[in-house]
Structures are given as structure tokens and as C-alpha cells.
Design a binder for this molecule. Structure first.
Ligand SMILES: [Zn+2]
Length: 61
């Protein structure tokens, strides 16, 4: 399982998402960036910033 915390990119944002697939996380984050942070254009540098902040998490369940 992998996790992305939006707060690591946008200080103060509590949104986060988890998924096995990194590509799915990036897709969800891009959607969140558009809807919540008004980023109409998701640049390659943004994708790289997201990817570098995705962390592996152990499934606690
Ligand atoms: Zn956010």
C-alpha cells in the first residue's frame, strides 16, 4: 500500500489518499489539485513532486 499526504506538498491540507497503484494515486492527486487547489494545469514538475512524496505504508488492518 502506498500513501500520499497532500500536506507534504500543500502545507495545512489534511487530504490524503492510499492505493496499491502509484499511477492511481497520482490520478487522484491530480483531481484533488484541480478541485481543491485550483491547479487547472498539472505540470510534469508537479507529477514529479507528487511521485517523490508518495510513501509506502504497511497495512495496519
Ligand atoms: Zn490538498
Amino acid at each position: 500500500m502506498k500513501e500520499f499526504q497532500c500536506g507534504s506538498l500543500v502545507p495545512g491540507c489534511q487530504w490524503h489518499t492510499r492505493h496499491e497503484d502509484e499511477a492511481e494515486i497520482i490520478r487522484r492527486v491530480a483531481e484533488h489539485m484541480r478541485e481543491t487547489h485550483g491547479e487547472t494545469i498539472i505540470r510534469e514538475t508537479m507529477i514529479e513532486a507528487i511521485r517523490s512524496r508518495i510513501e509506502k505504508v504497511r497495512n495496519a488492518a
